[in-house]
Design a protein around this ligand. Structure first.
Ligand code: G1P
Length: 297
């Protein structure tokens, strides 16, 4: 029986340059999908999976993120006074238990592996999750929860995985599969952002991980990899062939790459269409513009 996973690391130190000028003053993770910041989706998913401690690896200019997780007593008081109980509930659902969140600064942008390593003292000697908030996953059962259930059987290290078009594999960590059991695959190799001709498959790593503490030891060696950065993929790959095996998990759900503008827009539309209060108006509008577009061609 594997140890319970109760800690999650959220690497949020990136500059978000793809979203400039917005990210000049707003951390990317606070940008909203419909009416909730990107990071709230990751937090909710983590909570559903049983995570109790949330570790944010931040950088300069991310104070809005800390404020977001703080309680807002004046706002709550005002909503209570006005009898806006529904909004009050929405607000309360974002409150975090005191002491459940920790912030660690990554002082230099040395890569995802380095960001995770920065949190090593808060993890200690137990398995932990890593969640990349840019990857938003819409799923009936939240993705990390699916993984926690699968991990209870496998132990080791587990990364979320998804087939991508082969020409896109070079944007991801890519798995070399030794045994394909459907949802769970055993991994015999992992390459970060391979050249198209070097990609061992088109099964890509998506930003959800359950990792053994051995990965933190591997990161101690701090070798830089693809793009000159210290890569998490490389540190996980070092466990292959040891007793701590590496598995890929094909999750059920739809993943949006909210690190790109197109992905962010698609997620916005998909999440809005899933909402009772927005669906009708939005789908009418989308049909209208699709017809206009057709007529113009
Ligand atoms: C990171 C990881 C990569 C993974 C990707 C998923 O890359 O390094 O292995 O496939 O997230 O979104 P990034 O997108 O930060 O360059």
């Amino acid at each position: 029986m594997s140890k319970k996973v109760t800690k999650a690391i959220f690497p949020v130190a990136g500059l978000g340059t793809r979203f400039l000028p917005a990210t000049k003053s707003v951390p990317k993770e606070i940008m909203t999908l419909v009416d909730r910041p990107l990071v709230q989706y990751a937090i909710d998913e983590a909570r559903a999976a049983g995570i109790k401690e949330f570790i944010f690896v931040t950088s300069r200019g991310k104070s809005a993120l800390e404020d977001y997780f703080d309680q807002a007593p004046l706002l709550e008081q005002e909503l209570r006074r006005k009898g806006k109980t529904e909004m009050l509930e929405v607000l309360k659902s974002t409150n975090m238990e005191s002491g459940a969140i920790a912030y660690i600064r990554q002082h230099r942008a040395l890569g995802l592996g380095h960001a995770v390593w920065c949190a090593r003292r808060l993890i200690g000697n137990e398995p932990f999750a890593v969640m990349l908030p840019d990857d938003v996953i819409a799923a009936e059962k939240p993705c990390l929860q699916q993984m926690v259930e699968a991990y209870a059987e496998t132990g080791g290290n587990m990364v979320a995985a998804m087939e991508v078009p082969p020409e896109q594999a070079s944007s991801y960590g890519v798995l070399d599969v030794s045994e394909d059991r459907g949802a769970i695959v055993s991994v015999k190799g992992m390459v970060e952002k391979p050249k198209r001709e070097d990609a061992p498959s088109n099964l890509a790593v998506i930003g959800r991980y359950i990792l053994a503490p051995s990965v933190l030891n591997n990161l101690n060696r701090m070798k830089s990899g693809a793009g000159g950065e210290i890569q998490l993929t490389d540190a996980i790959a070092q466990d292959i062939g040891t007793k701590t095996k590496v598995y890929g998990y094909r999750f059920r759900g739809q993943r949006f790459d909210c690190g790109s503008k197109a992905g962010f827009l698609q997620a916005t539309v998909a999440f809005a269409l899933a909402r009772d209060d927005l669906r009708d108006d939005l789908s009418r509008y989308l049909t209208e513009i699709a017809q206009l577009d057709k007529a113009a061609q």
